[in-house]
Write a protein that binds this ligand. Structure first.
Ligand code: SF4
Ligand code: SF4
Length: 116
C-alpha cells in the first residue's frame, strides 16, 4: 500500500507539501516534504506532483504517471522547483507515527491523493 496521486485532479495548491513538512518537522518546513508540487520552466501553467518513496520517485504529471527507480532518475525529473533535491529527502513513511493516517491525504482539497 502506498500514497497515490491523481494528477488530473491536482490543482497544485501545495497543501500536501505543507502538510508533509509539518508532519515531519512540526513546522511548515517545505524542504522536509517528500511530496512536492512539480513545476517546469518549459511550459507555462504546467504542474504535477513528485513523491519520494523508499525505492521510487513517483512523477504525477497531467499526461500520466511515471514511476522511476531511485538511481535511474534523470536531472529533469528531480523537479527544478525544489531547492533541496527530492532524492536527498526522507522517503514517504505513510505517516506511520500518526494515528489518523497520512496527513497529506487529509489536506488535499480535491481528493487527488489516496491510498492503494
Ligand atoms: S503520507 Fe505522510 S510522509 Fe507520506 S507524503 Fe503524505 S504526509 Fe508525507
Ligand atoms: S494537496 Fe492535492 S491538489 Fe494540492 S498539490 Fe497536493 S495533490 Fe495537488
Amino acid at each position: 500500500m502506498g500514497v497515490k496521486i491523481d494528477p488530473l485532479k491536482c490543482t497544485a495548491c501545495m497543501a500536501c507539501e505543507m502538510a508533509c513538512g509539518y508532519h515531519r518537522d512540526d513546522a511548515f518546513a517545505l524542504l522536509s516534504s517528500c511530496i512536492v508540487t512539480y513545476r517546469t520552466k518549459e511550459k507555462k501553467d504546467y504542474f504535477g506532483v513528485l513523491l519520494k518513496e523508499e525505492e521510487n520517485l513517483v512523477i504525477a504529471r497531467p499526461e500520466g504517471l511515471e514511476v522511476k527507480k531511485i538511481g535511474e532518475v534523470d536531472e529533469k525529473a528531480k523537479g527544478d522547483a525544489s531547492a533541496k533535491p527530492m532524492l536527498l529527502r526522507e522517503p514517504c513513511d505513510l505517516c506511520q507515527d500518526r494515528e489518523g493516517g497520512p496527513l497529506c491525504l487529509r489536506f488535499c482539497p480535491v481528493d487527488a491523493i489516496y491510498l492503494d
